[in-house]
Ligand binder design. Structure first.
Ligand code: NAD
Length: 292
């Protein structure tokens, strides 16, 4: 397929490289990042997308996505599909999909989980919103860049799935970290705590696959001095998107709101920026109970 790829940063770069390696014809554009090997460099976003069957965007946020969409939609060939893989607010995802459809294009929102490691290894999970026809057209590309693509529903459903998942993840990691800090103060050994919880009803991905306690459970960023991994500021971005969406539809998310406030404080005031999101454990362990 002829593919235009806009946004070749930490995630987009390796995703584009994998598509080129699989034999697709790629033209890429980024304001700053270089094109990876095998990807032809275009001089503008519009040039990158002209004549492409599928255009993939991997950009920082919804505002930038909207600005890029304004540039590329008029330059895309009729019937082509615009597939945005960035994590953005549901409203921007729906607005861009609507704009694309009005121009005779297909549109998908297809945010990913799996991080930079998954992007390089081609093992991402795609959560996809949009029409059956657009999904079917892009599926072979999802299969190159990832190991799983779930068609979640119509426009915006992929972003909805992503922020619900990450709201669960942020809240679960926070409570897992505070439980370890409580266990410490109760004199309970961390390894014994892991043995019990990982096989009991408190188990979760945060505990079992990404244990925040160093030297306990499988290898995780905790064993590498909490270098990300999944950076706390990226978790904060996703939590804020969950709260923005919850406000827009009047959904009660008290625990999600508390997790958002916690990560905001950690990232913006307490040195969490640039650390893995599981670094809440040493943070809690070093503090006592705060006045409620
Ligand atoms: P990044 O900052 O490394 O890459 C974004 C790229 O977009 C940059 O290279 C930037 O130069 C480019 N860009 C910005 N404005 C542009 C424009 N107008 N035209 C062309 N290029 C432009 O970010 P990333 O880590 O690759 O993340 C991309 C998206 O993926 C984000 O929405 C993020 O939330 C999501 N995501 C990231 C991770 C992760 O672990 N990094 C995991 C899952 C999802």
């Amino acid at each position: 397929m002829k593919i235009g790829f806009i946004g070749l940063g930490n995630m987009g770069g390796p995703m584009a490289a994998n598509l080129a390696k699989a034999g697709h014809e790629l033209r890429g554009f980024d304001l700053a990042a270089p094109c990876p090997e095998g990807v032809h460099s275009a001089t503008s976003a519009a040039e990158a997308v002209a004549g492409a069957d599928v255009v993939i965007t991997m950009l920082p946020n919804g505002e930038i996505l909207r600005a890029v969409a304004d540039q590329i939609i008029p330059a895309m060939a009729e019937g082509a599909v615009l597939c945005d893989c960035s994590t953005v607010d549901v409203e921007s995802a729906r607005a861009v999909a609507c704009q694309a459809q009005q121009a005779g294009l297909g549109a998908l929102d297809a945010p990913v989980s799996g991080g930079v490691g998954g992007a390089s290894a081609g093992t991402l999970t795609f959560m996809v919103g949009g029409s059956d026809a657009a999904f079917a057209k892009v599926l072979p590309l999802f299969e190159v860049m990832g190991q799983k693509a779930v068609h979640c529903g119509t426009a915006g459903a992929g972003q909805a799935a992503k922020i619900c998942n990450n709201m669960i993840l942020g809240a679960t990691m926070a409570v897992t970290c505070e439980a370890f800090a409580l266990a410490d103060k109760l004199g309970l050994d961390r390894a014994r705590m892991f043995d019990v919880v990982s096989t009991s009803s408190g188990y979760s991905w945060s505990m079992n696959a990404y244990c925040p306690a160093p030297g306990v459970g499988p290898q995780s960023p905790a064993d590498n001095d909490y270098k990300p991994g999944f950076a706390a500021e990226l978790m904060l971005k996703d939590l804020r998107l969950s709260q923005q969406a919850a406000e827009a539809v009047d959904a009660a998310t008290p625990i999600g709101a508390r997790a958002t406030a916690l990560y905001a404080e950690f990232v913006e005031q307490q040195g969490g920026n640039g650390r893995d999101f599981s670094a809440l454990l040493p943070h809690f362990a070093a503090r006592g109970r705060e006045p409620s």
